[in-house]
Design a binder for this molecule. Sequence first.
Ligand SMILES: Nc1ncnc2c1ncn2[C@@H]1O[C@H](COP(=O)(O)OP(=O)(O)OP(=O)(O)O)[C@@H](O)[C@H]1O
Length: 233
Amino acid sequence: MIDVENATFSWAPRTAAAPGTGVLDIASFHLDAGETAFLHGPSGCGKSTFLGLVAGVLQAQGGTVRVDGTDLGSLSAPARDRFRADRMGVIFQMFNLLPYLSVLDNVLLAVRFSERRHAALGAQAKDEALRLLAHLRMDAPELLAAPVARLSVGQQQRVAAARALLGRPPVVLADEPTSALDEEVKAEFIDLLLAECAEAGSTLLFVSHDPRLAGRFDRAVEFRDLAAGRAAA
Ligand SMILES: Nc1ncnc2c1ncn2[C@@H]1O[C@H](COP(=O)(O)OP(=O)(O)OP(=O)(O)O)[C@@H](O)[C@H]1O
């Protein structure tokens, strides 16, 4: 479902005075359909950049990144955006929520931007969004109607998760989605994420600094082991 071969990416310097140092060189990374992986490594090693390549938000400068059989490098930027909206649920650090829209409307964006998800859910979209939000303790009426700009970071993480899962995309990418959640909500969040992915047969790539979560996934991958010259995952 996710196949990365010899993928390279380097950031342009942020400024001459403070250059970006990130250079990514991934020899090989594969995740099968339905497989779940926990990706970890020290801060700044390139995990978010790698997720950006798999999501098609960034484009590899060399090598290939294939998702669900499609070479993302062969798609234009708008086509990559459509592909992502249709086939991937992403929970990124910046959330990409629309601040002036309510919680419910932000979750429903997933079907608004994807014909595939819209077709999958039809008239059930709102009920399904409410079901996911209820599991994440985000279904109180005053929360549902609140503009997301007024929510805490942890609440915004949960809205982003509900949006990512709506319509059961084949691939779910999560970048430190539990960093702002308390222990109880974190456990419920992981339970929901894994249960939804298992039921939908979704492939899950999950980045976190919390080693206690690693055992919940089919496999744990150390980021530096993906680098060219190291063992393939
Ligand atoms: N927008 C950007 N412009 C320039 N350099 C960047 C940019 N984003 C990240 N980098 C650089 O790329 C490298 C990898 O960053 P990345 O955010 O992928 O690491 P990470 O492993 O996800 O870190 P963390 O665990 O702290 O989130 C770092 O050296 C960082 O400075």
